[in-house]
Design a protein around this ligand. Structure first.
Ligand SMILES: O=C(O)CCC(=O)C(=O)O
Ligand SMILES: [Fe+2]
Length: 369
């Protein structure tokens, strides 16, 4: 890639266009910048002051809020009731929790994190094959930030996004450096995803047959996220605050740390890395299905100056043509959200590119608007 980037000084608007070309269009990514020894954070990555993490808003002692990782093996034993209460309680109170003894082998998790490093350590030319508009299959896309053409401030993150259709397509089109590890990880998490949703719905008193429940989680999108180390981490984010659109997100993080979620009216809590644990968060779709009982929490990712971080989220969602809406009313018989096709919500979510949880307002019942 021959664009020349001045990596030592502040940059003019001409250079800013060159930088966008280098990072986004040519596929060098943020990693390409860091590999060229950039010594400052270019202005397109600098987030407004009011968005930056205010240390006063960070809850250092999370123990009153965040439960210890929930042991899913308990769902099969005598303590089942306790585990069900822990899961449903965390989903209702915070929207974020961690699970252990979830049935996903440690080796499968290690291999997929390793695969993320292998992919992002490929040359820019090899990764650029998967850029939007060039990729051999639109369901596997390599890129940077979230929606770089739309965002006011870019994220300090590159990623590879894979929408799973079937094994054959994955074997043909996903990068060979990571496809087996990602497919194994997808397969290994399947049962746990069903178990968690089943438990959460039962906790609401909602009884669905298996095929009806499955339609809320049958689509799988998986990201390999790569957050390079950053010369001035206070100025930027790996991912700015957002809520996930999915029903459930299953997130594998490495031991670096940096994922924060918001406890409404209280502050931000970091999800501490726990070896072998998976992070589960409630997405907008489950907030809608549960009529607001389960919370889709805002979260964001900080970066650091010393170490690249990888994470591997799986977004389990309905298909576009599936109708979503509250499965139960509140105690007064009202519904906070309206019925809409998941595809309609999905289109709005990406078009709006709103910060925080504003996208959920779109799905509110008209009475509540
Ligand atoms: O990397 C993380 O810890 C979280 C990533 C995330 O929130 C996302 O990809 O939606
Ligand atoms: Fe997220």
């Amino acid at each position: 890639m021959d664009t020349h980037i001045d990596t030592t000084a502040s940059i003019s608007s001409h250079d800013a266009a060159e930088l966008f070309k280098f990072v986004v269009e040519e596929g060098n990514g943020v990693k390409g910048l860091v590999d060229s020894n950039i010594s400052f954070v270019p202005s397109c990555f600098v987030h407004p002051l009011h968005e930056q993490i205010d240390p006063k808003q960070v809850i250092i002692d999370a123990s009153p809020y965040l439960t210890k990782p929930i042991d899913l093996s308990g769902l099969k034993g005598e303590d089942k009731r306790v585990v069900v209460d822990e899961l449903c309680g965390a989903a209702a109170k915070l929207g974020f929790f961690q699970v252990i003894n979830h049935g996903v082998p440690l080796e499968v998790m290690q291999l997929v994190k390793q695969a993320a490093h292998t992919f992002f350590n490929l040359s820019p030319e090899k990764k650029a094959v998967f850029l939007k508009g060039r990729t051999p299959c639109p369901r596997v896309v390599y890129g940077t930030s979230f929606l770089p053409e739309q965002e006011k401030s870019l994220g300090w993150r590159d990623n590879l996004r894979m929408i799973y259709a079937d094994d054959q397509e994955a074997m043909q089109f996903w990068p060979q450096e990571c496809r087996d590890a990602v497919l194994n990880y997808l397969r290994a998490t399947n049962k746990m995803i069903h178990e968690i949703l089943n438990t959460l719905l039962k906790g609401l008193g909602v009884k669905l047959d298996e095929s009806t429940m499955t339609q809320y989680i049958e689509d799988r999108v998986v990201y390999l996220n790569y957050y390079p180390n950053c010369p001035n981490p206070q100025l930027t984010f790996g991912a700015s605050r957002h809520s996930d659109m999915a029903t459930l997100t299953i997130l594998l993080q490495d031991d670096t740390g940096g994922l924060f979620f918001k406890v409404e009216d209280k502050g931000w809590i970091e999800i501490p890395p726990v070896e072998g644990a998976l992070v589960i968060n409630i997405g907008d779709t489950l907030e809608i299905l549960s009529n607001g009982r389960y919370k889709s929490a805002e979260h964001r990712v900080t970066v650091n100056s010393t170490k690249a971080r990888v994470s591997v989220p799986i977004f389990a969602s309905p298909r576009s043509g599936t109708m979503i809406g509250p499965l139960l009313p509140d105690k007064d018989g009202n519904t906070l959200y309206r019925k809409l096709l998941f595809g309609e919500y999905n289109a709005y979510y990406f078009k709006a590119n709103n910060l925080g949880k504003k996208s959920l307002d779109y799905a509110k019942s008209t009475e509540d608007k």
